[in-house]
Every structure is written in structure tokens, then in C-alpha cells.
Design a protein around this ligand. Structure first.
Ligand code: GTP
Ligand code: MG
Length: 195
């Protein structure tokens, strides 16, 4: 069983990506369970995901990396028992620290080598986020196994190269790929990166 944790700031495209990945794995015939911890403004909730035929569990308002850590663990235990999926995709809120989520998932006796963090960086709001919340952004991205620069379709000319350069300098050796979760640009490259 593989677990993917989508780490990225509010509105970076985590839910859009989650839907794409869920559809890809389902088409591949892998049983996929989704665990979402929506912060409650925009996006897709557990009921919508279930309506689309996915096994989805929605955790209540609050943050799964801190106040809801116990809730996360019991949800994982139930998913393993009731659904027994091949893949679990977890979307924490945009304010969560993905490495803390990974620690909690590890406690639920999932092999640490089977847990991956995907960092999602919003190209449109990259400059603003780095200006206002650089430390937080770095903390979210630093533990990612790879980083996706999302919303490629909205990037100004040269911006993808700029952001890629910044990320390569901050996180040498970490794979970086620019995609658009909405228009599917480079989404095949993402699928190749996934197990
Ligand atoms: N143009 C464009 N818009 C995108 C892309 N990915 C996501 N969006 C839009 O960005 C907005 C936020 O996307 P979500 O997937 O809800 O982002 P999120 O990270 O789940 O947001 P929160 O759960 O609220 O933190 C939505 O309006 C999406 O349609 C993209 O690649 N390109
Ligand atoms: Mg979301």
C-alpha cells in the first residue's frame, strides 16, 4: 500500500491534483482511497468525491498535522480495515506541514518507504508567497519527495525557468516538474513519476 501526501499552500491545486491522480489510479485498476481535510472554503468535499464513485473520507475542520492527529490515525486504521486500498491519497489543509503528516502515517504501521510527499507550488502566487511566507513555504516543500510547479498555464513567459531555478537552488537534487492540473499539461510526466 502506497500513501501520497499532497503538501502545498491554500489554493495551490491539491484537490484538482487529487482528482487527477484518483482517476489515473482507478483506470490502472488500483484501489484508491482518498482522505481529505478541507479547510472549508473552496474545493471538493468528501461527499462530492464519493458521488464520483471514490472511496473518500472527509476529516472534520481542524488540522490533521496537529489537533486532529488522533483522528487521522483512526481514519487510516479504518481505511486499512474496511477498504484495504492499494493507494491512499491524503490532502491535508494548505496550512499543514506535510512531514508531520508523514510522521503520523508512519505510526499507523505503513512502511516509511511507501509514503511519499508531493509538494505543490502555485506558480501564479509564487512570488507573493515567497515574499510573505518564505520560511513556511520552504518548510512545506523541503520534505517533499518531488515538487510540482502547478498552474503552468498561468505562468508568465520565463517564470517556470525562474521558479525552477529558485527551487533547484533551495533544494538541490529534488526533482521539479511544471504541470497544469487543470489543463493536463505535462500530466503524463507526473504519472511517470508516480508508482
Ligand atoms: N489555471 C489553473 N487553475 C488551477 C490549476 N490547478 C488548480 N487550479 C484552480 O485553482 C483553484 C484552487 O484549486 P484547488 O485544487 O481547490 O486547490 P487546493 O490546494 O485544494 O485548495 P485548498 O484545499 O483550499 O487549500 C481552483 O479554482 C482550481 O480550479 C491549474 O493547473 N491551472
Ligand atoms: Mg483542496
Amino acid at each position: 500500500m502506497y500513501v501520497y501526501i499532497l503538501g502545498g499552500f491554500l489554493g495551490s491545486g491539491k484537490t484538482t491534483l487529487l482528482m487527477k491522480l484518483a482517476s489515473m489510479y482507478t483506470k490502472r485498476g488500483e484501489k484508491t482511497a482518498l482522505l481529505v481535510n478541507e479547510s472549508g472554503e473552496i474545493g471538493v468535499d468528501g461527499a462530492t468525491l464519493k458521488a464520483q464513485g471514490y472511496d473518500a473520507i472527509e476529516l472534520p475542520n481542524g488540522c490533521i498535522c496537529c489537533s486532529l492527529s488522533g483522528t487521522l490515525q483512526s481514519a487510516l486504521k479504518n481505511i486499512k480495515k474496511d477498504i484495504d486500498p492499494d493507494i491512499i491519497i491524503i490532502e491535508p489543509t494548505g496550512l499543514a506541514l506535510p512531514h508531520k503528516v508523514r510522521e503520523l502515517v508512519k505510526v499507523s504501521m505503513i512502511d516509511p518507504d511507501d509514503i511519499f510527499i508531493i509538494g505543490v507550488a502555485d506558480v501564479q502566487r509564487f512570488d507573493d508567497l515567497v515574499k510573505k511566507k518564505e520560511q513556511f513555504f520552504k518548510m512545506q516543500m523541503s520534505n517533499a519527495d518531488f515538487i510540482l510547479i502547478n498552474k503552468k498555464d498561468l505562468a508568465r513567459p520565463g517564470q517556470i525557468e525562474e521558479v525552477t531555478g529558485w527551487l533547484n537552488k533551495e533544494f538541490p537534487g529534488k526533482p521539479v516538474e511544471a504541470i497544469s492540473a487543470k489543463t493536463d499539461e505535462n500530466i503524463d510526466k507526473l504519472y511517470e513519476m508516480m508508482r
